[in-house]
Design a binder for this molecule. Sequence first.
Ligand SMILES: [Zn+2]
Length: 266
Amino acid sequence: MESYLLTEMTWPEIEDALKSVKLAIVPVGAHEQHGPHMNESCDAVLATEMAKRLAARLHPWVLVTPTVNMGVSPHHMNFPGTISLRPETLLAVLRDMVVSLKHHGIDKVLFLNSHGGNQGTLGQACASFSQELDVDCYYAKTTASAKQAMKAHISSTLFGHSCEREVSEAYYLAPHLVRPERLEKGDIVHGGRWEGMRPGQAMQGFYRYEEMTRNGCIGDATRASYAIGEAIVEEALEELSAALRPLLEEAPAPMHAAHGERELAS
Ligand SMILES: [Zn+2]
């Protein structure tokens, strides 16, 4: 699997790679609780692994930057170990990364994000940077575009965090994240105000994860499998690489950021 990964290259190697590279992929994750059966690095690791595979498909036109391994996770703070960035902190880090990449001649950037709580900030980042820094910035959720595989394999109505989707992705991409002997369904708190703030309801706002789930999970991780992870990840990589190719060919094609319609902020 050949791909340009900045963390594993010397400057002469990068100088050579920059002759063909047109776009940088910035993996963006989080450091937050994932219930009793997943490491807190989950989102950062999954974003990194997706970025590597996407870069291999689009070699030699893209490179992968270091991962932003913390994100906007205030809703998980009451579970031990979560470390959350304020949106303005994440914006500041991303802005400095984009300015650095531009200095090296890269003016197209994709934020490849695995954490729902980052999406709003990434939308703002793309709007601001594209206007202010003379770059083209895009963002996508790592596997939200895998609509067929999701439809075929995900049956929980409430999913998106340490659930059958995410644990399956981890089985396929980074199995060391999972504690198979500790897998649990989401221990959902019914009747809470969070139910009135679901996507599609009249009003949305901020609620904490413990208002929705006692063990920090939603969905049903006990249904997760390597095969489901493979189906989701490979479909998503196909969709993402198809969406990115026109950018690499300098063709003016619209890029649609991926959104999971049934998915909650994770
Ligand atoms: Zn996650």
